[in-house]
Design a protein around this ligand. Structure first.
Ligand code: SF4
Length: 345
């Protein structure tokens, strides 16, 4: 049976009308499904029992469940979430002085195979549904209020998976997260992070021009990027730059580059020089990320001196550079580590 949250409001209305129900009921059911995020059809108390039965006999309503919670010394919280078919994904809540951000997943596993990433070692399993993506944001808002006493303020789609390879479901979920029918969250508080899927970036510019875009760059040298991110073989830096120019032209937004510093791999002054040259093509902000060492890969974190020299070079070139400290180092917070452990059990 199909999950009812895979249906749009128009499709749901058509279904009800075909079954001789009043069209306005679709809007009511839709509100229960998204705004109230009820766990089952029985909870839809203003819907006649005959209609609830019709829905129950023809649709499923599958929700994401928390399997495990880990709390870091820095108060970030990582959740292992179980899906209806037994697969696992991850979600991380990250509090800071003025906000609470959730990092959500878009796929089970990932086909991109980035060599520094624990999720990359799992391979691709499947796309998340619209409901599974939405549930993470909804749950994060409830968990934020329960644990930090404040509403969720920001969403980053930066967990397991490549969101632009699941763009239809990600887009549909974001439409509901930002709509009055869902969570009415401002799109400017949402950032999608991609490994650099050029066609997807162009589509995103059309579909969601108000959300932020982050690109995992990690090297501005083609041969080096191919070594650490296999996607770079088919999505060259030239192709990526074309897509980003188009994105900027349509959205007028500045792009964020994520740059994970890997000791001895991409942290030399020549790497910084190539990065500065690449960044001249469009307005960017660069986030330098410290590596979370983990048992799945052989990489290590760059020494502080190396990191400072790298950032210093970029600052000299008047680039906007920020250091992002790793959160939750003590709780397997690098993407995919917790789900990977669960899969291996
Ligand atoms: S870093 Fe992101 S895109 Fe790369 S393998 Fe991991 S989840 Fe996939």
């Amino acid at each position: 049976m199909q999950d009812i949250r895979d249906e749009s409001l128009i499709q749901l209305t058509d279904y009800l009308v075909k079954n001789k129900e009043a069209a306005f009921r679709a809007k009511q059911v839709y509100a229960w499904l998204w705004k109230k995020n009820v766990p089952d059809f029985a909870s839809m108390t203003n819907i006649p029992s005959s209609l609830r039965l019709l829905l129950q006999n023809n649709y499923t309503l599958q929700h994401v469940k928390i399997e495990k919670e880990q709390i870091s010394k820095d108060l970030s919280r990582k959740y292992l979430l179980q899906l209806h078919d037994g697969h696992y994904i991850e979600m991380v809540l990250i509090p800071s002085s003025d906000r609470v951000t959730v990092c959500i997943s878009s796929q089970v596993g990932c086909a991109m195979g980035c060599v520094f990433c624990a999720t990359g070692t799992m391979g691709f399993v499947r796309n998340l549904s619209v409901g599974e993506i939405y549930d993470q944001v909804y749950m994060a808002n409830e968990l934020s209020q329960a644990n930090y006493g404040t509403h969720l303020s920001n969403v980053v789609i930066m967990g397991m998976g490549e969101p632009l390879l699941n763009i239809d479901n990600v887009n549909a979920a974001l439409n509901i997260v930002t709509s009055q029918d869902g969570m009415a969250m401002s799109p400017s508080r949402i950032t999608l992070s991609t490994a650099g899927v050029s066609e997807g970036i162009k589509q995103l510019a059309q579909l969601q021009p108000k959300i932020g875009l982050a690109v995992s760059l990690h090297s501005a040298i083609q041969s080096k990027r191919e070594q650490i991110m296999p996607i770079a073989k088919s999505q060259s830096l030239i192709r990526l730059a074309d897509a980003l120019k188009y994105y900027h032209q349509i959205t007028n937004q500045r792009i964020t580059f994520e740059y994970l510093l890997l000791n001895g791999i991409n942290d030399s002054l020549d790497d910084a020089k190539q990065l500065a040259l690449y960044c001249r093509q469009f307005p960017v902000k660069i986030n330098i990320i410290e590596y979370n060492e983990n048992s799945h890969t052989v990489f290590t974190r760059s020494a502080q001196q190396q990191r400072d020299a790298f950032m210093g070079y970029l600052e000299e070139k008047n680039m906007v550079v920020q250091l992002r400290h790793s959160k939750g180092c003590d709780i397997d917070a690098a993407c995919g580590q917790l789900a990977n452990k669960q899969c291996k059990k």
